[in-house]
Structure formats: C-alpha cells, structure tokens
Design a protein around this ligand. Structure first.
Ligand code: SF4
Ligand code: SF4
Length: 89
C-alpha cells in the first residue's frame, strides 16, 4: 500500500509537503504575486484576450517537478485559487 511522503523540518519534526495541484483560472486575477514568490520557479503567467479584446493574465503551473510542497503560493493568493495534494511514495 502507498504511503504519503513525509519529510522533516530543520528541527527534525515531521512535515508533509502539500504539492501544487491546480490553479482555478476562474478566480485568478493574474496579479503575479504567486509567480514572484515561488523560489522554485514552478509558476508562470499566461496571457489571453478577454471578451472585450483586452489582454489579461492568469497564473499557470510551468514546472511542477520543482515543487517542494511549501504552499506559499496558496497562502499569498487573495483569491484562494490554489489547491494542493500530498504525494504518495
Ligand atoms: S496570486 Fe492568485 S490571483 Fe494572483 S496570479 Fe497568483 S493565482 Fe492569480
Ligand atoms: S507549493 Fe511552494 S514550491 Fe510549490 S509551486 Fe507553490 S510556492 Fe512553489
């Protein structure tokens, strides 16, 4: 049976990484705060044209393999656009 990946904090306490799973594009404002925040460079912005022809942006996951499961991107997002998931070993 698979078990959830559990790491350790500096002090040796158990810590379960919650890896980035999805960004809800319906609520994302495209502010880019999450993109700047992620030191692992997992995130980016993509542009699209809205119904009125204005260029807009939404966040997207560009490099999930680099994610360390810190959830900082979700914490900074005022729209609560992020969802996360632990990983099975
Ligand atoms: S912080 Fe939230 S609203 Fe801003 S770009 Fe990231 S996902 Fe979108
Ligand atoms: S959980 Fe942490 S490492 Fe993963 S995408 Fe978000 S900020 Fe980056």
């Amino acid at each position: 049976m698979s078990e959830v990946v559990v790491c350790q904090t500096f002090g040796g306490l158990p810590w379960t990484p919650q890896y980035v799973e999805e960004i809800n594009k319906e609520v994302c404002l495209g502010c880019g705060r999450c993109v700047k925040l992620c030191v692992q460079e997992c995130l980016g912005l993509e542009s699209f044209e809205d119904d009125e022809g204005t260029e807009r942006y939404v966040a997207k996951i560009v490099n999930k393999d680099q994610c360390v499961g810190c959830r900082s991107c979700g914490k900074i997002c005022v729209r609560h656009a992020y969802s996360f998931k632990a990983k099975l070993a």
